[in-house]
Design a protein around this ligand. Structure first.
Ligand SMILES: CC(C)(COP(=O)(O)OP(=O)(O)OC[C@H]1O[C@@H](n2cnc3c(N)ncnc32)[C@H](O)[C@@H]1OP(=O)(O)O)[C@@H](O)C(=O)NCCC(=O)NCCS
Length: 183
């Protein structure tokens, strides 16, 4: 299987944010943006893999800067990392006000995709050729993201199994909830 450079699969989607994508306040629904991210991640990952891919996990999606109806949203995707059958796609999302030309970086996130073979099982992907410092930086960052994700998952599992309702009064004393247990 021939290795492929990062640039071969870099993909950009630009879409106009039409009014039906927006809520009553004129802001674009998060789900619309998420769907576009998934689309560009799929296109980018499949180009590199040369097969269909599925989305396995999503990291760092935040909607901190609103996107308005009438703006153009561009999603730039790049394969940052490949494992044996998985690929991590980095996506940079920018919105542009067409009248003022102002461009806002709204979010950067990571989609992990897995390549599927004709038998619908995970299949090996080509190695990634890192041709410049940016490619190398992103690959190393992806290794960190994987490691942190693994650690957080383990900690969340531990935290869930160690929740003690018996100590709720103490744990929740500064929280904005009212304990009204019936028994
Ligand atoms: C993703 C999927 C193929 C993994 O299947 P699996 O039997 O667990 O396969 P494996 O254990 O061999 O893992 C395959 C790869 O996925 C990665 N993976 C599995 N679970 C993961 C998770 N929670 N987060 C990130 N990567 C994960 C593994 O690390 C492995 O990567 P590698 O080959 O590069 O080391 C399977 O769970 C699936 O088909 N899920 C449904 C996906 C889907 O429908 N998505 C939405 C629509 S596109």
């Amino acid at each position: 299987m021939e290795a492929k450079p990062v640039k071969n699969s870099q993909t950009t989607i630009t879409e106009l944010m039409i009014p039906s994508y927006a809520n009553f306040g004129g802001k674009i629904h998060g789900g619309i943006l998420l769907s576009l991210m998934d689309k560009v991640a799929y296109a980018c990952a499949s180009k590199h893999a040369g097969t269909y891919c599925v989305t396995v996990s999503v990291d760092k999606v935040e909607f901190l800067k609103p996107v308005e109806a009438g703006e153009l949203v561009s999603l730039k995707a790049s394969v940052n990392y490949v494992g044996r059958t998985s690929l991590m796609v980095g996506i940079r999302v920018e919105s542009e006000n067409v009248r003022t030309g102002k461009v806002v970086h709204t979010n950067s996130c990571y989609f992990t995709m897995v390549a599927k073979g004709d038998d619908n099982k995970p299949t090996q992907v080509p190695k990634l050729i890192l041709e410049n410092e940016e490619d190398v930086k992103r690959f190393i960052e992806a290794l960190w993201v994987k490691e942190i994700r693994e650690r957080v998952r383990e900690e969340m599992d531990d935290a869930k199994s160690s929740v003690e309702v018996a100590h709720a009064k103490e744990i929740l004393k500064n929280e904005r909830c009212i304990l009204s247990l019936k028994n």
